[in-house]
Ligand binder design. Structure first.
Ligand code: TPP
Length: 364
């Protein structure tokens, strides 16, 4: 007997497991009046059009990761500040489409078994350790298999709250332009010239979803976080995009420090317009946002954050990369060149703290 090679076997297994039954999903939709929110994680490019058409048809509130490629296309359906919104409006149903969402709200669902979760996923992983339902298959095919659903709508008026919240967020970003979220907003405007964007740990991924511009589509976005670890991120980006023009990478400073030899892989890469943005907030600032760390003494917080004063100029020179540092949003000017450029963004710590304090005060 001729043995099947690995790729054929994987293809066959996918086909076998793809005999999905959408009737369970139709029943799930019947309860939409209890409050139904759609979460869209990373999507394969071939699924995007079907997902987009579905979302436009059902007109449900959508939490969309940047990696869905749809975030900027959803206009008034896009949910702002998902964590707080979900805890305050308590929708009873969540439909997840695509990869496991990166937002904190998804992990919070572990502790909310009363919320019914249904996933449509190519991987077959529920992404939750508690009970939930799942259809395993090509996402676009599953949605087409549903036929016409029609408008379901926003039973809890979540989108009305979101309109207000987006307005408040935009106002805060204007008030604190040199805060980290303010600089991420400015960066996202510059990066509309990129052909692809790679987001690495930690805050860059969160902050991109919450604060990046929402007008111009940036379809080709990848993110790498969580259990993946912060090491090897630059190498991953270079491997993923080697030889491709206009590839941008946005990482935190510790993430860059953990992969200082990564740019050696650029050797032989002749593509132009490649940019590595390092958001240098002087350590792993994601930890400061954890309630347990917030209550620690300042010296202990510094240790937890691996606080440092390093800058990346000499590192860029070591790998023959162009280099610029910007310490305010207004000053940012990114001109991709033939050589890979390192752009170091240094947010104002005071404005960042003020931004987050004001953000915490916002109410729906
Ligand atoms: C190999 C590895 N070591 C440690 C961690 C724990 N960790 C998660 S996020 C993070 C900090 C990342 O800092 P930085 O890249 O500066 O991003 P920021 O938090 O400031 O956005 C660390 C150390 C990890 N995920 N992987």
């Amino acid at each position: 007997m001729k043995l099947l090679d690995q790729s054929k076997l994987a293809w066959l297994l996918l086909r076998v497991s793809e005999n999905f039954d959408v009737s369970q999903l139709v029943h799930f939709f019947a309860d939409y009046w209890k409050g139904l929110v759609v979460c869209v994680g990373g999507l394969e490019p071939e699924d995007r059009e079907d997902v987009f058409n579905f979302l436009k048809e059902v007109k449900l509130p959508v939490i969309a990761d940047a990696t869905s490629g749809l975030r900027e296309l959803l206009g008034p359906l896009l949910v702002a500040d998902p964590e707080r919104l979900l805890s305050e409006t308590s929708p009873q149903l969540i439909l997840r489409i695509g990869e496991v969402p990166v937002g904190r709200f998804w992990r919070d669902l572990e502790k909310q078994p009363e919320i019914t979760v249904f996933s449509i996923t190519r991987t077959g992983f529920s992404g939750l350790a508690r009970e939930s339902s799942l259809i395993h298959g090509e996402v676009g095919r599953v949605l087409r298999g549903l036929g016409e659903i029609g408008e379901l709508g926003d039973a809890l008026d979540i989108l009305q709250h979101c309109r207000r919240r987006w307005g408040q967020v935009d106002q805060l970003l204007e008030m604190y332009p040199d805060s980290e979220p303010g600089m991420v907003r400015m960066l996202s405007i510059y990066s509309t010239v990129a052909d692809s964007i790679y987001l690495g740990n930690s805050l860059p991924i969160r902050e991109w979803g919450q604060f990046a511009q929402r007008e111009y589509p940036t379809e080709n976005v990848r993110a790498n976080r969580g259990v993946n670890g912060i090491d090897g991120q630059l190498s991953t980006w270079i491997g993923l995009t080697h030889g491709l023009d206009d590839a941008w990478c946005v990482v935190g400073d510790l993430t860059a420090l953990y992969d200082m030899s990564g740019p050696s892989l650029l050797d032989g890469c002749e593509a132009s317009g490649r940019v590595i943005v390092v958001i240098n907030n002087g350590g792993g600032r994601i930890f400061e946002r954890l309630p347990r760390v917030k209550n620690m003494s300042e010296p202990t917080q510094k240790i937890v954050a691996n606080a440092h004063d390093f800058k990346f100029k000499d590192w860029a020179a070591m790998w023959d990369m162009d280099y610029k540092l910007f310490a305010s949003a207004d000053a940012i000017e990114i001109e991709p060149a033939q050589k890979t450029s390192v752009v170091e963004l240094v947010p104002c710590a005071k404005q960042t703290a003020e931004f987050w304090d004001a953000y915490a005060q916002l109410t729906f």
